[in-house]
Ligand binder design. Structure first.
Ligand SMILES: Cc1cc2nc3c(=O)[nH]c(=O)nc-3n(C[C@H](O)[C@H](O)[C@H](O)COP(=O)(O)O)c2cc1C
Length: 202
């Protein structure tokens, strides 16, 4: 698949079929992810694959919890929230055969000194986010769908994801990525702003 095709075809997929994601596909996704640039060559990312029925159920519940918190935070009316909850809990939105949680290990450092704490943390998160985009583009090539879940970073939920992953407080959750075959045909979402609107050439 050409790069342009993968970039243009990628769009967030929130409904998946029950068809499993094969081991070799998961491996290919992570192999693609770790080819991403990584600040100072740290490679301090860590990928936890939730595959068992029990682990998936727990992650799905945490995504549901986070999404409801999100809907409330953006002041959606309760009636609309009820509708969205039905999408999650009755129609299986966000239910996927695999979830990949991406963490960074904050102990792995390159720059010494407290003054670099923040920049190193941000670099690590940025590196992990780049890895996630690689993973998502590879998924398109494999006919798989993904969506970046950020609501699991809400206070309290992030800790539960980390504990489910069996990791200690040195690990910081960057995102959770449901992966599976799209239930319906994917239709890439348009962009409100054109390239020229968000570019300045000096
Ligand atoms: C950092 C980040 C966090 C996101 N968190 C969520 C989320 O919690 N739930 C969700 O349904 N989509 C989430 N998304 C997906 C965005 O809503 C989506 O990328 C955006 O609407 C553009 O649509 P597209 O990905 O189909 O092009 C997130 C995306 C990013 C980059």
């Amino acid at each position: 698949m050409e790069l342009d095709e993968a970039i243009l075809k990628r769009s967030s997929v929130r409904y998946f079929s029950d068809e499993p994601v094969r081991e070799e596909e998961i491996r290919a996704l992570i192999e693609a992810a770790i080819r991403a640039p990584t600040a100072s060559g740290l490679e301090n990312w860590f990928f936890v694959v939730f595959k068992s029925e029990e682990a998936r159920r727990k992650i799905y519940d945490l995504i549901g919890e986070g999404m409801v918190e999100y809907y409330r935070a953006v002041n959606l009316p309760e009636e609309k929230i009820g509708k969205l909850k039905r999408r999650i809990y009755e129609e299986g939105m966000y239910g996927a055969p695999v979830y990949i949680a991406v963490f960074i290990d904050r102990r792995v450092r390159f720059l010494k000194g407290e003054e670099f704490d923040e920049v190193e943390f941000i670099w690590s998160v940025e590196s992990a986010a780049m890895a996630i985009e690689n993973l998502m583009l590879k998924a398109v090539e494999l006919g798989l769908g993904t969506v970046y879940i950020g609501v699991t970073n809400f206070k309290g939920i992030d800790k539960k994801v980390r504990e489910l992953a069996g990791l200690d407080g040195n690990y910081y959750l960057v995102g959770v990525i449901p992966v599976g075959r799209p239930r319906n045909e994917t239709k890439p979402r348009g962009r409100r702003r054109k390239a020229e609107d968000v570019t300045k050439i000096l």
